[in-house]
Design a binder for this molecule. Structure first.
Ligand SMILES: Cc1cc2nc3c(=O)[nH]c(=O)nc-3n(C[C@H](O)[C@H](O)[C@H](O)COP(=O)(O)O)c2cc1C
Length: 196
C-alpha cells in the first residue's frame, strides 16, 4: 500500500475543497490518501509522496503552509512532492500560469524542496467568504465576483501527477471508470507531528 499526504492551506475554504478533490482523485486501489490542513501540522515522514497546495494572498501561499514546508523540508526533500496554487489570476488571466507557478519559487529556493509539478487552479471571489479587509482588497483590484473553480482541470492534473509521484494505480488494478470517479473519500486522520 502506498501512502499519500495531501496538505493544504485555505482562508475562505476554496482551497480545502480543491485539496479534497485532489485527494479523492489520487485515491486508488493500493493507494491510501490522507487529507490535512497545514495548521494541524501533519507528519510527512510515514508517507511515500506528498501534495501541498494553498490559496494565494498577494503573490504568496498562506503562511501556515510555507511554515509547514520549511519545518518539514528535511523529510520533504526525500519524498516525491507536487505543489498546487489556487488564485484568481488563473480565472482572469489563465495565460499567466508561469507567473502563478513562480509564487512558490522563493519557498523552493529557501527550502530546497523541489516539486515535480505545480498545478495552477482558478479559485473564487465569493465576497461572503472573505473578511472585510480581504473583500476590500479584491474590490480595489476590481476582481470579478464568482466561483471560477474548474474541477475537471483539478482531476486532470491529479491524474497526470500521480505517476510522477509514484502513486498511480497499476493499470490492471484501475477500475474502468478510473480513480477520479471512485467514491472512497480521502481519510481524515487525527494524528499530527506534534502528537507523534
Ligand atoms: C487579500 C487577498 C489577496 C489575494 N492575492 C492574490 C494574488 O496575489 N494573486 C491571485 O491570483 N489571487 C489572489 N487572491 C485571490 C485568492 O487567491 C482566491 O480568492 C482563492 O480562491 C482563495 O482561496 P483560499 O481562500 O482557499 O486561500 C487574493 C485574495 C485575497 C482575499
Amino acid at each position: 500500500m502506498k501512502r499519500v499526504l495531501v496538505v493544504y492551506a485555505t482562508g475562505s475554504g476554496c482551497t480545502a475543497d480543491i485539496a479534497g478533490e485532489v485527494a479523492r482523485t489520487l485515491q486508488a486501489p493500493r493507494v491510501a490518501v490522507d487529507l490535512w490542513p497545514a495548521p494541524a501540522d501533519p507528519d510527512p515522514a510515514p508517507y511515500d509522496a506528498v501534495v501541498a497546495g494553498s490559496g494565494v494572498r498577494r503573490g504568496r501561499w498562506h503562511q501556515s503552509l510555507e511554515t509547514w514546508v520549511e519545518e518539514c523540508a528535511g523529510v520533504l526533500r526525500q519524498r516525491p512532492i507536487a505543489f498546487f496554487s489556487v488564485c484568481l489570476t488563473m480565472a482572469t488571466h489563465p495565460e499567466r500560469a508561469a507567473e502563478v507557478r513562480a509564487y512558490t519559487q522563493a519557498l523552493v529556493a529557501r527550502t530546497g524542496v523541489a516539486p515535480l509539478g505545480v498545478g495552477t487552479f482558478a479559485g473564487w471571489n465569493e465576497p461572503k467568504r472573505f473578511g472585510l479587509l480581504e473583500r476590500g482588497h479584491l474590490k480595489r483590484l476590481e476582481a470579478p465576483v464568482g466561483d471560477f473553480r474548474d474541477l475537471d482541470a483539478v482531476h486532470t492534473w491529479s491524474r497526470q501527477i500521480a505517476p510522477k509521484l509514484g502513486v498511480a494505480a497499476p493499470t490492471w488494478l484501475t477500475p474502468p471508470t478510473g480513480p477520479a470517479e471512485t467514491t472512497v473519500a480521502a481519510r481524515i486522520r487525527p494524528a499530527s507531528r506534534a502528537s507523534s
